[in-house]
Design a protein around this ligand. Structure first.
Ligand code: FAD
Length: 390
């Protein structure tokens, strides 16, 4: 049976993952059907809704998108204990959502190979004799392969909920502009751990975020109220708000299993792109997009986000279980890592590059008993702590 194929590849979702892959394919010579690639997304406009940070050397393939970077970062707790970190040759780098979206969409618009269908919501997907049929609210699309980057319901061990404002002030801000406040004023209460994340863009401008780690997502209004109180404490309640961003990231969610539909692959956060221990996903998504685009350009099948290696997954889960089991002690765990593990080791751990000796350093820095208890909790029941229902 022959089918009229709309595209070799249909990408569901034109957010970070969908646009990253589509922009790479727009540059390449991927051979395909009538239209090589179609991207569908219900959004019709892009706002400066988020920003992405990561550690990289100064020069890399995305350096053109980086609007700010810092040589150092800091951890502190509410008792005033502080750890300053920096790593020779590495910078903490900041990409504005609006810059990323604009560049990706420009590249895509310049290519006859990739078409974006904005305002189109994808629904069910099914395999049908060698093709994949995608239902949308604007009719059916038929593709040889589908990359699905739509968000999926979260089933996480821990939630990172945050609300932030980019502020501008006439008076100099009370931050060192050469250093990021990665986790400042760490404290805990019955809801879990809270901390402040600060990206100073200069003497007069900064992004300040209030973050909570907890067993359930924190409502945005609660976070926004806590952020206001923090700005007040810092004497910044009069600062002009330029932009807002907020989110809830599920950390340590169940591993997405293989999709039972031939030709369909999961990517982005819904495909497991968020690092469980940190909530970072941007560079992981870029690495997947690079790999997937290279395969497609060679004529191979697309791939979804790769599974987490066993050691990293196990360490992350153990850490999250310990945090969830004893939220009162979470600031102590983070300060123990910040003070007891060298900055290069900690960055390698957070950036997916940990070596066996880095894991040993992490284990040596953390208090032994709570982690041993979690190890036994895992082996005794043969499974991690009970999951939070979504
Ligand atoms: C505010 C915020 C800040 C973050 N900061 C960082 C950071 O500093 N560093 C880092 O590494 N990571 C960060 N992350 C985590 C992660 O990198 C981002 O969430 C990233 O945007 C995930 O990309 P994605 O493509 O999976 O999801 P998204 O970018 O959210 O894209 C999903 C897309 O799917 C579309 N969609 C939804 N339903 C449908 C449907 N039915 N049909 C078709 N399309 C659909 C949506 O409209 C959206 O465009 C942050 C996340 C948030 C929310």
């Amino acid at each position: 049976m022959t089918h009229i194929v709309d595209a070799e590849l249909v990408i569901l979702g034109a957010g970070c993952a969908g646009l990253s892959l589509a922009a790479r394919l727009a540059r390449g010579g991927h051979a395909g059907a009538r239209h090589d690639v179609i991207v569908v997304d219900p959004r019709t406009e892009y706002t400066d809704d988020r920003s992405w940070c990561f550690w990289r050397p100064e020069h890399h393939d995305l350096a053109g998108l980086v609007s700010h970077s810092w040589p150092g970062w800091r951890f502190s707790d509410e008792a005033g204990m502080v750890a300053h970190h920096r790593v020779d040759g590495l910078r903490y780098q900041y990409v504005r959502g609006s810059d990323f979206y604009a560049r990706a969409r420009e590249r895509i618009a310049a290519s006859p190979r990739v078409r974006v269908h904005s305002g189109v919501r994808a629904g069910g997907i099914r395999a049908d004799a060698g093709v994949v049929r995608v239902q949308t609210d604007h009719g059916e699309l038929v593709a040889r392969q589908v990359i699905d980057t739509r968000p999926r319901p979260t089933d996480a061990l821990l939630y990172q909920s945050f609300s932030g404002v980019e502020i501008e002030s006439e008076h100099p801000l009370p931050f060192d502009s050469a250093e990021v406040g990665l986790m400042d004023a760490m404290a805990s209460d019955s809801e879990g751990m809270s901390f402040r994340y600060t990206l100073p863009f200069g003497e007069h401008r900064a992004l300040v975020e209030w973050t909570r780690f907890g067993a359930s997502p924190v409502p945005i209004d609660t976070l926004a109220g806590e952020l206001d109180a923090e700005l007040d404490r810092l004497g910044l309640s009069g600062a002009r708000v330029v932009r807002r961003e907020h989110g809830v990231l599920g950390m340590g969610g169940a591993r997405p299993g293989p999709v039972p539909i031939a030709g369909v692959h999961l990517a982005g956060v819904g495909g497991g792109a968020l690092r469980a221990a940190s909530g970072y996903g941007f560079l992981r998504i870029q690495n997947w997009a690079r790999m997937c685009a290279a395969r497609l350009e060679r004529g191979d099948a697309a791939v979804g986000h790769p599974p987490e290696p066993w050691l990293r997954r196990s360490m992350d889960r153990l850490f999250l279980q310990a945090v969830r089991a004893d939220p009162e002690r979470t600031p102590e765990y983070f300060m123990a890592l910040a003070r007891g593990v060298s900055a290069p080791s900690l960055v390698r751990f957070l950036s997916d590059g940990a070596r066996p000796d880095d894991y040993l350093r992490l284990i040596a820095a953390l208090p032994t008993l709570p982690f041993i208890q979690q190890l036994f909790a895992r082996t005794a029941v043969g499974a991690p702590l009970e999951r939070v229902p979504s």
